[in-house]
Design a binder for this molecule. Structure first.
Ligand code: CDT
Length: 306
């Protein structure tokens, strides 16, 4: 067996007025708890350092600059890197990135306990809209605040705890797109790390969506992505009432059979863990999802041309 202990480190709400020090302090405490429970990797949510700011409209985008990280690590995020070193834990962090040449991305990194950033991903599927939308009850301005990620869906072989594993990342809305999973499945991904911020209610106000299906659709997407690509998924939410708006939490860890191994039950800071045998990826990928044997690419032309 190739055992590795993974954790989803769910965060409760982060209010607009709270500084990064508050979130980072909470994350360091979760890493301390993770260490006590033998965890080797923790996955934090999307945009883990601040409130989910794309709900707030800024006409002049430069006035939103304070939501972005201009360096990683920085003075404010250094305690995460120190905790990683101290506890020997790798971590996945989602944050808003502003590059030196002025590009903005919704980004995630995987950091080795040594402090090295071994993998970076920039969100490809940006939901929502670019301009203020008067029909919506709450804005979702990801298309305003971020450019489409320009790194594709990279998968690399990296040290994960005591093992080497093929790791990849996606961010929130990406999990609903089978193409994102398959891009990584085709690279033999074994662990997909993903963070999300998903409102409990559909704020689009353009049609009825049954509220009880919101969590269902999230879990359905992650479970099928893991099953159909024979990989583990660690899906970590920010949950609870943030700036008056509810995010649904329900973080999960899923195995290559599509089963939920662990699930958060609170909407606060909560660590869920699972002992994962990476060899469990072999069954699917050598049988029903042996891509080389069974995929029929000649029948899939529309997927990349439309
Ligand atoms: N953060 C993020 O991508 N959230 C979306 C909400 C969709 S509603 C615009 C999600 O897919 O969960």
């Amino acid at each position: 067996p190739r055992l590795v202990t993974l954790a989803a480190a769910q965060l409760g709400p982060i209010q607009k007025a709270e500084g990064r020090d508050v979130a980072v302090g909470r994350m360091v405490r979760l890493m301390e708890r993770a260490h006590k429970r033998g965890v080797e990797v923790v996955v934090f949510p999307e945009l883990a350092l601040t409130t989910f700011f794309p709900r707030w409209y800024e006409e002049d985008i430069s006035r939103a600059d304070h939501w972005y990280e201009h360096a990683m690590p920085s003075n404010e995020t250094a305690p995460l890197f120190e905790a990683a070193r101290k506890y020997g834990i790798g971590f996945h962090l989602g944050y808003a990135e502003k590059t030196p040449d002025g590009h903005r991305y919704n980004t995630a990194i995987y950091v080795h306990p040594s402090g090295e950033v071994v993998l970076k991903y920039r969100k490809v599927h940006l939901p929502g809209h670019r301009d203020f939308d008067p029909i919506r009850k709450v804005q979702h301005l990801e298309k305003r605040y971020f450019e489409v990620g320009n790194l594709g869906f990279p998968v690399i072989r990296a040290p994960v705890g005591g093992q080497e594993a093929n790791i990849g990342m996606m961010i929130c809305n990406d999990r609903r797109w089978p193409e994102a999973w398959r891009e990584m499945g085709l690279q033999q991904v074994e662990i997909v790390m993903l963070g999300y911020n998903t409102p409990s209610l559909n704020m689009d106000n353009r049609g009825f969506e049954a509220h009880h299906l919101r969590v269902e659709h999230s879990h359905l997407s992650i479970r099928s992505g893991c099953y159909q690509n024979a990989c583990f998924g660690v899906a970590t939410a920010k949950g609870g009432t943030e700036d008056g708006h509810e995010l649904f939490g329900h973080s999960i860890i899923v195995n290559p059979q599509g089963e939920i191994m662990a699930q958060a039950t609170s909407w606060g800071d909560e660590l869920i863990t699972a002992d994962c045998d990476l060899d469990d990826c072999n069954l699917g990928r050598t049988t029903i999802f042996n891509f080389a044997a069974h995929r029929r690419t000649e029948a899939y032309q529309r997927i990349t041309t439309q």
